[in-house]
Write a protein that binds this ligand. Structure first.
Ligand SMILES: Nc1ncnc2c1ncn2[C@@H]1O[C@H](COP(=O)(O)OP(=O)(O)OP(=O)(O)O)[C@@H](O)[C@H]1O
Ligand SMILES: [Mg+2]
Length: 237
């Protein structure tokens, strides 16, 4: 059973406090959602967790490894993967070849083609395999990026707004794909703004505001939390 433990993480950009004493524990058997208004620090937290930059204080443990200061390529080798808020694929390569790139690093050569086919099928991308990634829909690009991250069988997966800016139908496809990750041998955390989606996907919700975790718990606990209601009511007003 994998676990990802974030303890007292702070991160400053100059004088600005982007993360302040953030502590949370991501478990394997649940999908955790990280929510909060724009600028709350959600992406910064994922950046710190995946090694984009180190925190100024605090520790991060993946299983028994203290990965707080480990560079991101070494975290990838341990099985820590992510997708980006702004889609991050090879636009000029075909869908097939996009998935092939990470697999070339992760699998023996003779297993790569089968793994690509399997991945294409499980993300519903087989019909697009020979299309260049730049020419597929935004929703399919989001799915492709997810397929690339999952192809190498990570043990931890951070998804930064996988449904942002996609159409309704494609959003549904992405939600169902994320739901299928549950029960796999993987710790999953998803950043998501849409509360309906959050309550459909997540078993545990972490609420951030101005760099702090202001609440965390079950969907029921979060729904009942006064501060959460105020923030989201304020957002709607
Ligand atoms: N590399 C950076 N340098 C300076 N400031 C940064 C940097 N990255 C993030 N910030 C600032 O830190 C704060 C938190 O940003 P972050 O991207 O983590 O927010 P977020 O919760 O992901 O917001 P959103 O919902 O808009 O994606 C913001 O005020 C942002 O401008
Ligand atoms: Mg963000």
């Amino acid at each position: 059973m994998h676990s990802f433990k974030i303890e007292n993480i702070s991160k400053y950009f100059g004088k600005f406090t982007a993360l302040s004493q953030v502590s949370t524990h991501l478990n394997q058997e649940v999908i955790s959602a990280i929510i909060g208004p724009n600028g709350a620090g959600k992406t910064t937290l994922v950046n710190v967790c995946t090694g984009m930059f180190p925190p100024d204080s605090g520790t991060i443990h993946f299983d028994t490894h203290n990965i707080t200061r480990l560079p991101s390529h070494k975290r990838v080798r341990l099985g820590v993967a992510r997708t980006f808020q702004i889609v991050n694929i090879f636009p000029e390569l075909t869908v097939h070849d996009n998935i092939k790139v990470p697999l070339l690093f992760a699998k023996p050569k003779k297993e790569v083609e089968d793994a690509v086919d399997q991945s294409l099928a499980s993300f519903g991308l087989t019909g697009l395999k020979d299309t260049r990634a730049v020419n597929i829909s935004h929703g399919d690009q989001k799915l492709l990026e997810m397929a690339m991250a999952v192809a190498v069988e990570p043990k931890v997966l951070f998804l930064d707004e996988p449904t942002a800016g996609v159409g309704l139908e494609e959003k549904e496809k992405i939600i169902q794909t994320v739901q299928q990750f549950k029960g796999k041998d993987m710790v999953i955390a998803i950043i998501e703004h849409d509360m309906d989606t959050v309550f459909r996907i997540a078993d545990r919700i972490i609420v951030m505001n101005e760099g702090e975790v202001i609440a965390q718990g079950s969907p029921e606990q979060i729904k009942a939390n006064d501060f959460v209601r105020r923030i989201y009511l304020k957002e709607e007003a």
